[in-house]
Design a binder for this molecule. Structure first.
Ligand code: FMN
Length: 305
């Protein structure tokens, strides 16, 4: 969706405040570096991914990505945010400077370490996030945000430390491919590519809990399908809201619809600008903060028993 200048021109017309480009994968960058340098480094690091990445890279090579940034910068005036999907610190980090040189206004690091190895503790897993951020910040001056999942044992502490370490934004949350089980074919299958509006609640909780506690902005992602979803995220404390599935499902015009809904709601409630209500119902500001913490349905269960 963000792979063509034409689409991005249209997103700007629809009122998008910025565009985050599709992610380049760390593996793609390393693969290209290895090819250029004639090294077998990549094969040693990612043997299982080599075929897939080699083919993927043919169509999505990083020169095309840099050209996309340059072309977008000529065609639109909204910020163009480059994105890298990364899981480790190595030579790919040098590449961040090329994204900046191509004109990217900011960089989003899409980092996810699945904490599934029982031999690795939380500190070990989390260190990777800080190492990647520190490495990239040494290479670029543009703002860098970190897009994460909810799989942290101390999410509030980690995100606050990421903000102290120089992240200018935290994106809550990435949405992953999730496995499903086919009970007749006894096989693993994939769940839906697109989110549903019900998926808004986990990020909504965490946007509300963390708003005002980080030294950086919060961007909300996952499950925002309409203006009501956007307004909820802003009231919880998000500075920006990202939308993907709803635009795939309903077309580019969905962006304008969401913004019209927001403006109508602001008029109805006599708000002049978003900063008049961003965070109004965050954990810090609401008169009922316990609602953000509550996990168990004691009252409802009591009625059912
Ligand atoms: C087809 C498709 C491609 C995606 N590609 C990327 C990507 O390249 N990088 C990324 O960080 N997230 C990617 N995502 C995840 C979205 O950015 C977003 O985090 C997720 O879809 C949840 O937001 P939504 O509920 O608005 O769809 C992709 C999602 C979809 C549906």
């Amino acid at each position: 969706m963000t792979n063509s200048v034409e689409n991005i021109i249209d997103f700007e017309k629809q009122g998008a405040g910025a565009v985050v480009l599709k992610s380049l994968f760390e593996e793609q960058i390393l693969n290209e570096i290895s090819h250029t340098m004639g090294q077998s480094e990549f094969t040693n690091h990612y043997p299982e991914a080599l075929d897939y990445i080699s083919n993927y890279s043919l169509d999505n090579n990083i020169d095309k990505y840099l050209k996309l940034i340059e072309d977008c910068k000529k065609a639109v005036s909204i910020p163009i945010i480059a994105s890298i999907n990364c899981v480790s610190v190595n030579e790919w980090i040098e590449f961040a400077a090329k994204l900046q040189a191509a004109g990217a206004d900011a960089l989003e690091l899409n980092i996810h370490i699945m904490p599934s190895d029982p031999d690795k503790d939380a500190a070990f897993n989390e260190k990777v996030y800080f190492d990647i951020l520190a490495g990239v910040l040494k290479k670029v001056k543009i703002p860098v945000s970190v897009k994460i999942s909810a799989y942290f044992s101390a999410l509030a502490e980690t995100t606050r430390k990421l903000s102290w370490a120089g992240a200018r934004g935290i994106v809550l949350f990435n949405r992953f491919y999730s496995p499903d089980i086919d009970i007749n074919d006894f096989e693993l299958s994939a769940t839906h590519i697109f989110s549903s509006p019900e998926e808004i609640y986990t990020p909504l909780r965490w946007v509300g809990l963390l708003s005002g506690k980080l030294q950086c902005d919060i961007a909300a992602s996952t499950g925002v399908h309409d203006s009501a979803g956007m307004i909820k995220m802003l009231l919880a404390g998000a500075k920006t809201v990202q939308v993907v599935s709803t635009v795939y499902k309903n077309g580019h015009g969905r962006i304008a619809e969401i913004l019209t809904g927001l403006e109508d709601w602001m008029k109805k409630h006599e708000f002049e600008k978003p900063s008049d209500f961003i965070g109004k119902l965050s954990y810090r500001n609401t008169i009922n903060p316990a609602a953000y913490q509550r996990m168990q349905f004691m009252k409802n269960y009591a009625g059912i028993e």
